[in-house]
Design a protein around this ligand. Structure first.
Ligand code: ZN
Length: 136
């Protein structure tokens, strides 16, 4: 696979309303989009830092994966997403051939119209890893 850069870091927060002012008022970043991804039961807020984005994630349900993550580990970095240049499916096929465990067997549609797939942290030295590419 060909990775061009870190597309975004996903950060689990209890409340977007409470977290956004920190990024805007203290760090001086600008939230340029808020989007609900019903499929993943999250509301997301996006900031740009150079080529990389920060994706704040607030759970929209009490039993979602982000809610579970915060309950277990508190707020913090949830995942790292790499921008893939030669296809998410291609990357998935490649890592699975090398016995890396993928959570998604095929790409699905994420926020901002990206094709995304996650690799399991047990296979990635503890980092929930997202592979993504602009959807066609
Ligand atoms: Zn993400």
């Amino acid at each position: 696979m060909k990775i061009s850069h870190i597309e975004h870091l996903g950060i689990a927060v209890k409340s977007l309303d409470e977290a956004i002012p920190y990024y805007e008022n203290i760090l001086g970043l600008k939230c340029y989009a808020i989007e609900e991804v019903a499929d993943q039961k999250v509301k997301t807020a996006f900031f740009k830092v150079g080529q990389t984005k920060l994706e704040l994630l607030e759970s929209t349900t009490e039993d979602g994966t982000i809610a579970g993550f915060i309950e277990k580990r508190g707020e913090g970095i949830h995942h790292m997403a790499f921008a893939i240049e030669d296809g998410v499916q291609n990357a998935l096929d490649e890592v699975q051939a090398k016995e890396v465990r993928a959570i998604d067997k095929a790409p699905r549609r994420g926020a901002e119209g990206l094709d995304i797939a996650f690799l399991h942290p047990k296979s990635t030295h503890g980092v929930l890893t997202e592979l993504c590419e602009k959807g066609k």
